[in-house]
Design a protein around this ligand. Structure first.
Ligand code: F0G
Length: 407
């Protein structure tokens, strides 16, 4: 069964036919969301309850695809939800989990969005897909475009994309364009290109189909916890679609009656790129862009997040909060997570643990909470950063006595 769905503007609430290729509201320019007939989904779930282990397409009843034969999948989702007892003790929180998105096919949560977005590209019949990216989006889009047989253009901020992500875009055969500017500028260029050129489909997260796939992070967390929703979900924020997507997932679960509530969505940004944290802390309606964002966490080195209005809604509507962390705090958390739990993540993902630590210390997160941190990307994405922050190897001659001296 396919539930009916449509575009809906988050600002003016007008609805639009999803057979139109839209990125933002044609009337007011607001961000679009995909909305469903949730009572039809609830009815369907009554007849055919969800079965089997978590994976993106297990929740296909909640996904906006009309022609299932066109689904482009690399078996994304179904990532581990690790119970982190040792880390919980270190941080001083009752129950802590890490949702490890680094286990996706291209090593980040972006694959969940791309399976839906690239399937949509096939449904629209386009020949070329494109994105701007801090790295992971381009790696993921390049892989799914290959699988679908589509041409792929990626615009990257020159010199600011981590090596692991760049090599992925290269090997999957994307056409890579290095922009002499930052991510925000690259995104403006590719958005214009896709609006003016009907044959190129934009697959940045302003495309409302992408967050639809990403909302399955919320579905999987709830599913694995036996439809018991955690108190809080902590997410790194860059272009700000993911925190919204996860919120939306929990919202839909509650609306269809599978769960009883929505966790407090808690967004973390880097100190040098924190427009949403500022807006939340100051109680602003709209955020003020940061002109020259800077952080070691290049994935979230974004000063003008296109989906900022969605992130602000997700945080406020769920009673959550936002916090920023320094590069030093990110590095410390990255090492801690790897060395206490054996979970290797890239810096943007470690920001969640750093943020949680700070919020616990300040008493803004309760020590009796059940918390999930979303670790968005694999440690291998940014090997240069790891080499910079790690102790080097001890070099010794091939001699047993010398070996004993250094251990
Ligand atoms: N974590 C990682 C590892 C990311 O790559 C990103 C975004 C985020 C968190 C933030 O997610 O943008 O939905 O708030 N990376 C994008 C990219 C911008 O181009 O790969 P968001």
């Amino acid at each position: 069964m396919m539930a009916d769905f449509w575009y809906q503007c988050i600002e003016c609430s007008r609805k639009f036919d999803p057979s139109r290729r839209l990125y933002t509201c044609p009337d007011c320019g607001g961000l679009l969301e995909i909305e469903f007939d949730l009572s039809a989904i609830a009815e369907e779930l009554g007849k055919h309850p969800l079965k089997g282990p978590p994976s993106v397409w297990k929740y296909g009843v909640f996904l906006p695809v009309r022609d299932r034969s066109k689904i482009v999948t690399l078996r994304e989702g179904g990532t581990p939800l690790y119970r982190c007892q040792r880390l919980a003790e270190r941080l001083g929180v009752r129950e802590l989990y890490v949702k490890y998105e680094g286990a996706n096919p291209t090593g980040s949560f972006k694959d969940r969005g791309m399976t839906v977005g690239v399937t949509r590209a096939l449904e629209y019949g386009v020949s070329t897909v494109a994105c701007a990216s801090t790295g992971n989006t381009s790696a993921s889009l390049a892989a799914y475009a290959s699988k679908a047989g589509l041409r792929c253009l990626v615009l990257l901020p020159k010199g600011k994309v981590a090596l692991g992500k760049l090599v992925q875009a290269m090997i999957y055969g994307a056409e890579i364009i290095a922009i002499e500017g930052n991510f925000d500028q690259a995104l403006q260029l590719v958005e214009r290109l896709c609006r003016e050129r009907g044959d190129i489909y934009l697959l940045n997260s302003v495309n409302p189909f992408r967050p639809q796939g990403q909302k399955t992070i919320g579905f999987e967390i709830a599913d694995e916890l036996g439809w018991e929703v955690p108190d809080r979900v902590v997410v790194p924020m860059g272009n700000c679609a993911n925190i919204w997507a996860i919120y939306k997932g929990f919202y839909e679960l509650r609306e269809v009656g599978l769960t009883g509530r929505i966790p407090r969505m808690t967004g973390i940004q880097a100190e040098g790129a924190k427009p949403i944290v500022e807006a939340i802390k100051k109680g602003l309606e709209r955020f003020v862009p940061v002109p020259n964002p800077e952080t070691i966490a290049t994935a979230i080195r974004i000063g003008n997040p296109v989906n900022g209005p969605k992130a602000i809604r997700a945080i406020r509507r769920s009673g959550g909060t936002a916090e920023s962390v320094t590069d030093e705090e990110i590095i410390e958390a990255q090492k801690l997570l790897a060395r206490v739990e054996g979970i290797g993540v890239e810096p943007a993902s470690a920001a969640t643990v750093a943020g949680l630590k700070k919020l616990l210390e300040r008493g803004e997160v309760g020590r009796d909470e059940r918390v999930v941190c979303v670790a968005t990307g694999n440690v291998l994405k940014d090997p240069d950063e790891v080499v910079r922050i790690s102790e080097g190897a001890k070099e010794v001659p091939a001699d047993y006595e010398k070996l004993l001296q250094v251990i």
